[in-house]
Design a protein around this ligand. Structure first.
Ligand SMILES: C[S@@+](CC[C@H](N)C(=O)[O-])C[C@H]1O[C@@H](n2cnc3c(N)ncnc32)[C@H](O)[C@@H]1O
Ligand code: SF4
Ligand code: SF4
Length: 384
């Protein structure tokens, strides 16, 4: 259960708005933004209101990470003011701040001003640019991101002294560019971090999904993405899908899912090592704040809570969680983190043996042994 004197990471989704349309992102379905996603944003006033009553340990070093599930923090209006507020607040002992962005929005002035808040020599954090390839490949996953824009923004940030990381999701279509990108990053003085993307796995089975279909903004099948392990180099067109056209539903699907025998067995044999409270990596306690002002133990589950359930794991999670129990509009951060609802929903049954006993398959999938999430978080990372 959360202990307020060991809060080591506050992960904030500042907004659910984004300029991009990455195929595996929770904000998209069949190439379009999910229709029920109401645009939301936390402004400076919201952040002050939410954190003003918190009573975290002032001598425990805490990181603030701006990332999220449904949007890009750099699209938000007040990001620079919020970074500045966290620098000077006495609400926590700021260790560093971290931003994750596709980098393809706003102008030179914004990126210059952001760099001034993340000066390398100040050692106060860094901005991670999610750039999955080079000029001819980045847009294959980072749909709608214009190369000229992200390249200008990264360079403006670096030229103004900003501390940057280049995070590169490695797929079949960009694996041949990893070493070239690494060299470019080195020449810019930017930390380079290639990562294995999620989306090619199912419960307990790595690499069980051969390809990820992508759609244009009219819902028409375009091409399929493959993992770096594939024999296919590049994206490919799946003949059997040509002509497929999908219209997303206007609200999340309500479908019942039953756990398969394999899922039941997997859950039974998996020990959950919660990454939010003393998980595999650090002895600190970490939590996540959504752009709607709700607190969850981790960012992982947010993508399954506001989308259609797509398997037993997400279905079970949606049934278990009542988001309103964790709403900062009605309760303080301290109250929510230490509440019975937080304990009962996420932690009480974590060490149970079976799904029938309330063990969450979602938690087994994300914090069991040898899960895809561990392969994603392996280098210079929030959980190192
Ligand atoms: C939803 S994004 C929000 C932050 C920002 N919009 C961005 O993309 O960097 C959260 C993180 O998920 C990463 N991400 C996106 N698609 C992914 C995938 N298929 N596998 C693993 N990480 C992914 C992004 O690169 C980012 O670091
Ligand atoms: S840039 Fe981030 S938030 Fe935007 S669509 Fe891609 S993964 Fe999602
Ligand atoms: S998925 Fe479950 S076990 Fe993993 S960090 Fe989140 S709450 Fe903890």
């Amino acid at each position: 259960m959360f202990e307020l004197n060991r809060i080591g990471l506050v992960h904030i989704e500042l907004t659910n708005k984004c300029n991009a349309a990455c195929p595996s992102c929770a904000r998209n379905v069949f190439g379009k933004t999910i229709p029920w996603l109401v645009p939301r944003e936390l402004y400076l006033e919201d952040i002050k209101r939410i954190f003003t009553d918190s009573s975290f340990n002032k001598s425990y070093p805490t990181r603030v990470k701006y990332c999220g599930n449904y949007g890009d923090p750099c699209v938000s209006r007040d990001i620079i003011e919020i970074v500045q507020w966290f620098k000077q607040t006495d609400k926590l002992n700021m260790r560093e701040q971290i931003i994750n962005t596709n980098g393809g929005m706003k102008n030179r002035e914004f990126w210059k001003n952001l760099a001034l808040e993340f000066k390398k020599e100040d050692n106060c954090g860094y901005v991670t640019f999610s750039i999955d390839g080079l000029e001819d490949t980045n847009h294959l996953y980072r749909k709608n991101v214009k190369w000229e824009k992200v390249w200008e923004n990264l360079n403006t940030f670096v030229e103004n002294g900003g501390n940057a990381t280049w995070e590169f999701l490695v797929f079949g279509h960009n694996k041949h560019q990893v070493e070239e990108a690494r060299k470019i990053a080195e020449s810019l003085g930017v930390h380079f971090d290639p990562k294995r993307p999620l989306g090619f796995d199912t419960s307990g089975q790595l690499n069980s999904i051969a390809s990820i279909p992508t759609y244009d903004r009219h819902g028409r099948y375009e091409y399929s993405l493959v993992s770096e392990n594939s024999e296919i180099n590049g994206v490919y067109i799946d003949e059997s899908r040509i002509g497929e056209r999908h219209t997303p539903p206007d609200k999340p699907y309500k479908r019942e899912f039953l756990a398969t025998d394999a899922e039941k067995e997997y859950a039974k044999n998996t020990t959950i090592n919660c990454k939010s409270i003393c998980g595999t990596y650090e002895k600190s306690h970490n939590f996540y704040l959504t752009s709607s002002g709700h607190i969850l133990p981790c960012c992982f589950m947010h993508g399954s809570l506001e989308s259609s359930a797509y398997n037993y794991s997400s279905h079970q999670l949606q049934n278990a969680v009542n988001l309103e129990d964790f709403n900062t509009a009605t309760k303080s951060v301290d109250e929510i983190l230490t509440s019975d609802q937080m304990f009962d929903t996420f932690f009480k049954n974590m060490n149970s043996k079976t799904l029938e006993d309330g063990k969450l398959l979602f938690c087994a999938d994300h914090c069991g042994e040898g899960v895809p999430m561990d392969l994603l978080y392996k280098e210079r990372d929030i959980n190192e």
